[in-house]
Write a protein of this length. Structure first.
Ligand SMILES: [Fe+2]
Length: 386
């Protein structure tokens, strides 16, 4: 399995447990007396988590500066603005609070606040320095809490690339399931499904290895018992905790082994349509992409089907591998994400441009896909998912 040369590195200290946010002040104080909290415009305010964090930091003697303008698909303008504020206020620490968008942004801001060029230029100029980052995650899906990746959108070109340098690993991640109980059902569904696609793509991709596969297998077990339940029982903290673990494990898996064509195609979708949730875009693309990869992934699909509890019941290898696709369709129906690209408001004449962008900005993910895929085939996948 996988390559012979394996390089495993992840320096993130993970704190997992109910109520752990109360330790945030003590943890932050290790790094700085002034911290920039990076968050979105509404949910952390509405749930009271932002106010609570501000108090926790102040009580520990850390002065909080708030940047709460991060949008669901964060733009480079937001990141550069926050980095400017971080420099002006001389903050020594960035705290990402919320879902994937603020967490991703906190890492990009940490780089831009340390350097002297716009954040977009770091796609070409590798970053070697960043301010320390602490992540406090409020959704269970992104995996961003424990890895180095950041995704940002250029509003002029609509490009939505991902990037991640070694200096961008968060120093510490606080994973507190209690914070996640405030997630609305649609967010639970979309972020939970993102977890599945992370492990699907890390487990089957060309850069897979024994370490990422171990994370993936545990994640499949957790998803089997908790993904649909988290959607139906939002206040069940045990289930929230299991989904939070699944998110982190999947985040570690993609940190080691990357994603594939589903993510490569999704980024142009939500890059061009910023109101589309990442997980919803993935849901629209997953079935056709799995059919495309079926032959290359037959044994892996059988193994995943087994982990997700699909009974073999006399099926041939081909039938059992295909039953994973049916299982995923069933799962999507159960969480109300059985959707197509047109349901997300995507216009058909934009598909060729998106197929091109998938390779321009997410080429590393397309190349990691188990089955070789070029722009023509990517367009066919987008059309079949429309
Ligand atoms: Fe994702």
């Amino acid at each position: 399995m996988g390559a012979l040369n394996i390089n495993v590195f992840n320096p993130v200290r993970i704190h997992f447990g109910n109520g752990f946010i109360s330790e945030a002040g003590k943890i932050a104080k290790k790094y700085s007396d002034t911290a920039l909290i990076v968050t979105g415009k509404t949910s952390m305010q509405k749930s009271g988590t932002l106010g609570r964090l501000v108090k926790i930091l102040k009580d520990a003697g850390v002065n909080p500066v708030i940047y709460d303008k991060i949008t669901p698909n964060p733009t480079i303008d937001e990141i550069d603005e926050a980095a400017r504020i971080a420099k002006e206020k001389r903050v020594g620490l960035i705290i990402g609070l919320g879902g994937g968008s603020p967490l991703d942004s906190s890492k990009a801001i940490a780089v831009a606040a340390k350097g002297n060029i716009p954040v977009w230029d770091y796609l070409k100029t590798p970053a070697t320095e960043a301010l320390p980052v602490i992540t406090i995650v409020s959704t269970s899906g992104t995996g961003s809490e424990v890895n180095r990746y950041s995704v940002m959108t250029n509003p002029k070109t609509k490009e939505k690339p991902g990037f991640g340098y070694e200096c961008m690993y968060p120093k510490e991640a606080i994973i507190d399931p209690e914070i996640m109980a405030s997630m609305p059902p649609y967010v639970t569904a979309a972020t939970g499904f993102d977890v599945f696609v992370h492990v699907l793509e890390a487990f089957t991709g060309k850069a897979r290895n024994a370490f990422s596969s171990a994370y993936c297998m545990q994640t499949f077990y957790l998803l089997k018992d908790n993904l649909i339940k988290a959607y139906n029982e939002p206040n069940n903290l045990e289930i929230r905790g299991n989904m939070a673990l699944a998110s982190a494990l999947a985040g570690l898996a993609i940190d080691l082994s990357g994603v594939g064509i589903i993510h490569a195609l999704e980024h142009p979708v939500s890059g061009n349509y910023p109101n589309v949730a990442h997980g919803a875009g993935l849901a629209a693309l997953v079935v056709e992409s799995m059919k495309y990869n079926l032959e290359a992934c037959k044994r892996d699909f059988m193994l995943i089907a087994h982990h997700l509890g699909v009974k073999r019941a006399g099926k041939t290898d081909d039938e059992y591998a295909y039953s994973l696709i049916e299982k995923i369709e069933e799962m999507l129906k159960a969480i109300n994400l059985n959707i197509r690209l047109k349901d997300l408001g995507v216009e058909k004449d934009r598909l060729p441009g998106m197929a091109k962008e998938a390779f321009a900005t997410m080429g590393f993910a397309a190349q990691n896909n188990p089955e070789t895929v070029d722009e023509k085939e990517a367009l066919k996948l987008l059309e079949a998912s429309y």
